[in-house]
Design a protein around this ligand. Structure first.
Ligand SMILES: Cc1cc2nc3c(=O)[nH]c(=O)nc-3n(C[C@H](O)[C@H](O)[C@H](O)COP(=O)(O)OP(=O)(O)OC[C@H]3O[C@@H](n4cnc5c(N)ncnc54)[C@H](O)[C@@H]3O)c2cc1C
Length: 413
């Protein structure tokens, strides 16, 4: 069948859904995008805005397990638990531990590197169609730390070296020259000068979404609560309506499991909850994203002000926002910069995370007309365009020249 006769439904209009829809549309398919909310109001709205093509070192690493107790005990640390959710997460934690061997870590790192390396060129293909001059800055991303002993960073450097990821080590003087307003608590840092950031992820998403509509794409603001099949064609269902497609793409971020469970998959998707606050009018204090590597939180200059972002909280999708995590971010930011006023806009978002820290990109195990693109954890913004491009090529049955096995949902069978 010619592409323009093929009807494709995409469920979820975050960065994954909108990029998939646009790349599918470029290939001539008829695309309908669904979301229960306005596009880009979920994790895509509140992230740190980093385009981080260098970030192939995963969280499933052998040394992380010894660090967890001290991270949990420290009120300034990046890790937190909602205790009522711990029993539900035990299977995920167990799988995560099994993925922390050196071999599994390297498997994740290599397969993340493969797609991260293509992430910025894939976005540039989409940015040819929208104006992002006011929204994307090419000033690099900087990580700084306050430890003289570099032992805990050594593993990351070695992996990046092995994969050929470029970086520049920074002395305290070089950090000061780049970001003079940061208090001089640091002993060193690393700079990725080719990384970018956006001053407003939601605005980029909205411009991409408007392009999709302008080119004839359809959007339906509906909550999809069931899926089934009619003569092998996927049927998308709400309480009151049904829509039949030739192919379907599920891009519901951390909420994707609610739909993949209906397809008899057992994908161990859960969420790492993350937070942000804004300090309005303070974005001029830094010129680029700065990440405090010891406390694992970052600050990004954005249109809304200085966005302070971080925390990995295990607590599921339903628990309320934790005020202690907000306090943690505010205090950490005030340790780094003088003169910050009261903060605004306390926000909680849901990173979609799998225990091997690889996304799921590819066809469903049981239904070859259904495709997935979710589970991009801390890197779902960076990986939006390349994942969408891969999905569009898979559906068009074109060669991607990539080894895609590692991203298949079959790895959980
Ligand atoms: C604090 C924080 C900081 C981050 N910083 C960065 C960063 O700097 N760089 C980076 O690369 N990544 C970052 N990330 C990760 C990134 O934001 C996410 O991985 C990415 O946004 C996930 O995109 P998505 O499209 O898969 O999901 P989402 O953005 O969550 O979108 C999913 C969409 O699906 C819709 N949906 C869900 N279920 C249904 C249903 N049943 N019916 C209809 N619609 C449905 C939702 O309404 C939502 O719009 C960060 C995440 C957080 C939380």
């Amino acid at each position: 069948m010619e592409n323009n006769k093929v009807r494709i439904g995409v469920i979820g209009a975050g960065i994954q859904g909108v990029c998939s829809a646009l790349f599918l549309q470029k290939k001539g398919f008829q695309v309908t995008l669904f979301d229960r909310d306005e596009p880009g109001n979920s994790a895509t709205y509140g992230n740190a805005g980093h385009f981080s093509p260098y970030a192939s070192v995963p969280l499933n690493r052998p040394d992380v397990l010894t660090d967890v107790p001290s991270m949990l005990l420290s009120s300034r640390g990046p890790l937190a638990l909602k205790w009522n959710y711990v029993p539900k997460m035990i299977p995920w934690f167990f799988k995560f531990i099994l993925n922390c061997s050196k071999k599994k870590m390297m498997h994740t790192a290599k397969n993340m590197h493969q797609i991260l390396d293509l992430a910025i060129p894939a976005f540039d293909e989409l940015f040819e169609e929208i104006d992002v001059k006011d929204l994307v800055e090419n000033k690099g991303i900087m990580y700084i730390w306050n430890e003289q002993n570099l032992k805990s960073r050594e593993l990351e450097f070695n992996i990046r070296k092995e994969l050929g990821v470029k970086h520049q080590m920074l002395s305290p003087k070089e950090i000061h020259d780049l970001e003079p307003n940061i208090k001089p608590f640091y002993h060193g840092g690393v700079f990725y000068n080719y990384a970018r950031h956006t001053r407003n992820p939601k605005k980029i998403l909205t411009r991409l979404f408007e392009t999709f509509l302008k080119k004839g794409g359809k959007f339906l603001k509906l909550n999809i609560n069931n899926l089934n099949f009619d003569n092998e064609k996927p049927v998308v269902r709400t309480e009151a309506q049904r829509f039949v497609f030739d192919k379907l793409v599920i891009t519901c971020g951390a909420f994707s499991k609610q739909l993949t469970d209906k397809l008899y998959e057992n994908i161990p998707l859960d969420t790492e909850r993350g937070y942000h606050v804004h300090f309005k009018g303070c974005d001029h204090l830094i010129s680029r994203p700065v990440v405090h590597a010891n406390h694992a939180f970052g600050m990004t200059p954005m249109e809304q002000g200085l966005r302070v972002v971080g925390t990995v909280e295990f607590g599921g999708l339903k628990n309320p926002l934790s005020k202690t995590r907000i306090k943690n971010l505010v205090e950490n930011a005030k340790d780094m910069l003088d003169g910050l006023p009261e903060h605004d806009d306390e926000w909680l978002g849901f990173r979609p995370s799998l225990p091997d820290f690889l996304p799921v990109i590819g066809p469903s195990k049981n239904y070859n007309n259904v495709f997935y693109s979710f589970g991009h954890h801390h890197l779902g913004w960076t990986l939006g365009a390349i994942s969408g491009k891969i999905i569009s090529k898979m559906i068009a049955k074109e060669n991607t020249n990539l080894d895609l096995k590692a991203y298949s949902s079959q790895r959980f069978s």
